[in-house]
Design a protein around this ligand. Structure first.
Ligand code: GNR
Ligand code: NI
Length: 167
């Protein structure tokens, strides 16, 4: 097992687009294991492979209180999104200490594959809907900050810069 390094915004590597997984093999299982361990160690509810500098469409997530309900989404995609939008305060392991309201479709239906390559669909509402959209964004090179106004984005970058200069 291994804890991977999480890239931090505005690292340009967070803007790259991940490619579909084609081999459901031992290498993929190892990546998912390392990503899960990294997510739990960082106390996050989700992690996308792009955040650990791996350009593959892999997401791990655990929204449970007890941290014992790991979900794995390989090649996830949004099948349907509601017209109704909802605002939720989001954070990101790649943007430490920043929490901002982001408006997204309130409900989505996604399709994905599991570790064996079997396809499944999932209807998502609430926190699950927010998180799957946040993670699929990462696979397409988008960090939640990029949903904010340009003024707010500049403020977030200034805050991160200031904070980093102090450590
Ligand atoms: O840990 C996380 N919490 C969170 C809170 C609100 C909306 C989205 C998230 S995802 C984030 C982990 C992360 O950065 N995943 O990419
Ligand atoms: Ni994130």
């Amino acid at each position: 097992m291994a804890i991977l390094t999480i890239l931090e915004y505005p690292d340009p590597r967070l803007s790259r687009v991940a490619q579909p997984v084609t081999a459901f093999d031992e290498r993929l299982r190892t990546l998912v294991r390392d990503m899960s361990e990294t997510m739990y160690a960082a106390a996050g509810v989700g992690l996308a492979a792009v955040q650990v500098d791996v350009l593959e469409r892999v997401v791990v997530m655990d929204l449970s209180e007890e941290k014992n309900e790991l979900r794995v989404f390989i090649n996830p995609g949004i099948e349907w999104a509601s017209a109704e939008l909802e605002s939720c305060e989001e954070g990101c392991l790649s943007v430490p200490g920043i929490y901002e309201l982001v408006q997204r479709p309130a409900q989505v239906r996604i399709r994905a594959q599991d570790l064996q390559g079997a396809r499944f669909e999932l209807a998502c509402t609430g926190t699950l809907a927010v998180c799957v959209q946040h993670e699929i964004d990462h696979l397409d090179g988008t960090v939640f900050v990029e949903h904010l106004s340009l003024l707010k984005q500049a403020r977030v970058r200034a805050k991160l810069r200031k904070r980093r200069s102090r450590r």
